[in-house]
Every structure is written in structure tokens, then in C-alpha cells.
Design a protein around this ligand. Structure first.
Ligand SMILES: [Zn+2]
Length: 316
């Protein structure tokens, strides 16, 4: 998720197991030694965090923006005095990975799917000796980014990375392209808890610019096979496995609507977006996913399905 200022006043969450008990900014224990924290996306652009307490250390899910990292570390410290040794970037976006340096300065190693580093090399050109990239763009509007530095992950995995100490097991897994090319999930098989990153969110947060929605559905269906009972999304409240069901249903529904536009021009597809919005809003299961990204979703999915992009985008 990237364009956070768009979210003001559009929150409408239907499915949440714990929403009433866990307002934004409060630490929530989802299992003994496993925590979830819903970031304030509206005010600060923050993603959610998870953390898992092992015998000797803490593994944190997502680094957030630098200001989010600085906010969460003292909250983690209130739940355990064990050292934060690892922070897992679920993907390369700023609201998940720009706080890496804050955690690294506190002694943590940043772990991610190899695609996270590859995407950083693609988009964070400024940090890799090229022209200004996304970091420099974000820094224009965020003091916390301006005052920090990109810290790419240094512990990389391709399919799976397991953390296991006899009591606790966390599997970091890459199941395919979804929200980005480097999405990772954190799966706790014993507790049946799945931290999904932005591959599965619980609200109108589906930024689709860096992924592929057809593969996204397949990746989420693979994630479903893990058998999670608790879904900890990277934006929106924690919920049951129904969150994953609804997220898949949303993509299937919007893709089906856009598929009806085959043969039209990109401009005609764009003009059809308000009608698609109305149709999706009538579906109670998925209406909470309909938000300000919808027009961009229609445009991207149309391009995926037809291979045709709007004229003004050609050559970019
Ligand atoms: Zn994202």
C-alpha cells in the first residue's frame, strides 16, 4: 500500500473477530507470545505489525515507516524484554520496509523474500547509485523518511525460511506473485495464525500497481490451503479465515466485471468504473474492499486481461 493520504474517511470494516476489543494503536495478543498491532493508516500511513516471542529473541513482522518502527519498539518492549533479532519485510513498499534501519540500529537483521531486494533494486534506484527513486519521492512528504536511510534486507529466502526453537515455529513463505513480486507470509502452524502482508488486507487497501491480480488470486488460494484460523492482515483489523475468503472473492468479482469489458478501449473501460463500483458495493461480502483504489484497479486489471493500456501510459 502506498498512497496513504487517499484513505481519509473511507473506512468501513465488516468482518473482524476482534475489532471492538482492538482499536487502532492498541497491542493485541492473538495467541500466547504472538501479538498484533493495527497501525494508524489514516493519520500516519502506518501498516500493521505482528511480533512473535521465541525463547531467546523476538521476530517482528513488517518494519513499517521509520515513525511506525519508532512507535512499535517501545510497545514490543512492554510485552517482552527479549532482543528483537529479526524483522521480516512482507514486501518492499515504504510502509512495510522503510523502517528497516530503525530495527537494524536496534540490533535486528532484516529478512525477506529475495524478490523484496530485487524490487528495491528496481524502484529504489537512488539507494543503489541511480536517479532518485521511490524513497526520495516519499521523503518529500515525510520527515521520518527524510531523516533515515533505506536499509535493504540482508537475510534472503526463495521459498521458505523457518524459525524454530522447540517451542515456537514460524515459517516465512513465498507462495507466488500477488501484491508484489516478493510477497512473503508468516505462518504459525501450531497456532494456525497467518500474517499476510498486503497480499490480504481487511478493508479498501488493495493497491494493485506492482502486482498481478490473476496470479494474486492463485497465490491467495495457496495461502488458504495452509488452513489458518486467524488472519493478521497488513492493513485493517485482524479476523478469521473469512478475511482471506473475502479478499479472494473481491478480486474474483472485480476481475469478472472487468472481463466483461473485453473489446472496449481503455478509455471506455475507465468510463465503466463507476458502474463496477456500484455493482461491487451491492455485494455485502466484499463491499468493504471497494474504495479509492477502484478506478486504478479497473485500469490495471483491464490491462492485465486485454494487454491494452491507456494511450497516455504507453511508452512509460
Ligand atoms: Zn504494499
Amino acid at each position: 500500500m502506498k498512497f496513504l493520504s487517499l484513505f481519509a474517511g473511507i473506512f468501513s470494516f465488516g468482518t473482524s473477530l476482534f475489532a471492538a476489543e482492538s482499536p487502532v494503536g492498541k497491542v493485541q495478543q492473538v495467541a500466547p507470545g504472538v501479538y498484533f498491532h493495527q497501525g494508524d493508516i489514516e493519520k500516519s500511513g502506518h501498516c500493521n505489525h505482528g511480533w512473535i516471542v521465541f525463547k531467546d529473541y523476538v521476530l517482528v513482522v513488517d518494519a513499517n515507516f521509520p515513525s511506525g518502527a519508532l512507535e512499535i519498539i517501545p510497545k514490543i518492549r512492554k510485552t517482552t524484554d527479549k532482543p528483537i533479532k529479526f524483522v521480516f519485510d512482507t514486501h518492499h513498499h515504504g510502509d512495510h520496509a522503510y523502517g528497516n534501519k530503525v530495527f537494524a540500529d536496534a540490533g535486528a537483521t532484516v529478512v525477506a523474500h529475495a524478490g523484496v531486494l530485487a524490487s528495491m533494486k528496481e524502484f529504489e534506484t537512488g539507494a543503489f547509485g541511480g536517479k532518485p527513486g521511490r524513497w526520495e519521492f516519499a521523503a518529500k512528504g515525510r520527515a521520518d523518511v527524510r531523516e533515515s536511510k533505506l536499509h535493504p534486507p540482508t537475510l534472503l529466502f526463495d521459498k521458505k525460511k523457518v524459525f524454530e526453537d522447540g517451542q515456537r515455529r514460524v515459517e516465512l513463505v513465498h507462495l507466488g506473485v500477488a501484491h508484489t513480486k516478493g510477497d512473503g507470509f508468516a505462518w504459525l502452524p501450531k497456532e494456525k495464525i497467518l500474517f499476510t502482508g498486503d497480499a490480504c488486507v481487511n478493508g479498501p487497501f488493495n493497491y494493485v500497481g506492482d502486482g498481478d491480480t490473476a496470479q494474486w488470486v492463485k497465490t491467495l488460494e495457496l495461502a488458504q490451503k495452509l488452513g489458518a484460523e486467524t488472519i493478521c492482515p497488513a492493513h485493517g483489523p485482524v479476523g478469521t479465515q473469512q478475511v482471506l475468503v473475502d479478499q479472494i472473492a473481491y478480486f474474483k468479482a472485480i476481475r469478472a466485471e472487468v472481463a466483461k469489458l473485453a473489446g472496449k478501449t481503455p478509455e471506455e473501460a475507465k468510463a465503466a468504473a463507476p458502474a463496477i463500483r456500484e455493482t461491487l458495493l451491492k455485494n455485502a461480502q466484499i463491499q468493504r474492499y471497494v474504495g479509492q483504489f477502484l478506478d486504478a484497479q479497473v485500469e490495471k486489471i483491464f490491462a492485465e486481461i486485454t494487454g491494452v493500456t491507456p494511450k497516455e501510459k504507453e511508452g512509460k
